[in-house]
Design a binder for this molecule. Sequence first.
Ligand code: MG
Ligand code: MG
Ligand code: MG
Length: 306
Amino acid sequence: MTTLVVGHKNPDTDSVCAAIALCDLKKKLGEDIAPVVQGELNPESKFVLEKFSVAAPDVVTSYAGKDLYLVDHSDLAQSPDDLGEANILGIVDHHKLGDVTTSQPLECWIWPVGCTCTIVASMYKYFDVEIPKELAGIMLCAILSDTVIFKSATCTDTDKKVCANLSEICEENDLETLGIEMFKVKSAVEGTPIRELVLRDYKDFNMGGKGVGVGQLELVDLSIVDGIKADLEKDIKTLKEEKGHHSVFLMLTDIMKEGTELLIASDDESVVEKAFGSAPADGKVWLDKIMSRKKQIVPDLEKVFG
Ligand code: MG
Ligand code: MG
Ligand code: MG
């Protein structure tokens, strides 16, 4: 039986590229293994795979009875719904340890770095396997994406070192230009349904027994969403009702100004001021220097929700 490697729901470039690269490595180490995704690729991920001529993984939504590696998450809310009926062989991730557990010992690579692909690239080194040029390219892009071109608070020296090595292998030397090119694709909102934008990079969390959703749009300029902001605000309120959540937040992150406008749909807006020290006005608040959901939004919210 072929083992599957899968990233989180609403796959992002790291989830996709880490699954592809981990499979390449594990195949070379003798495993029968294939990368899959839980849903359609976003425009950024499509752009990255096309740029380096790498095939997109198949979409798989049912995992019962499968052997599985998880990448880029260890939270049940982001893993396949039938994960309980799958057999988890390992986890490669760079988030806080989630609530996924196993009945058997597992292979675990969880590092406090900016991107899962930083860990996968390091695994190639550990197992002394050469990284193929095209996979160096997609892993490089994943790291630039997750670390917002090294600007995010999640970026570490390890990420930068790994990128330097990957850029040599794939012969991409201008990382700033490559990163901006990618974020321009990511920023494109024209013609995309509002709900698709809200869910493009969206994660559900269980915070002290309450459902909390946090989406993020990383934009090269906040003005890109001026014309649709009211619709986004309306839609996160609808989504909150549909999910029965306490709160749904949408981070509109300006990667050049290095800050986030947080759109809020909540049963209790005061959680925002308690978490971030800034009072929202009119259902939103500007959070200067805040760019990382994982490091700067989720931990502070979790403290407030207790
Ligand atoms: Mg991710
Ligand atoms: Mg990641
Ligand atoms: Mg991200």
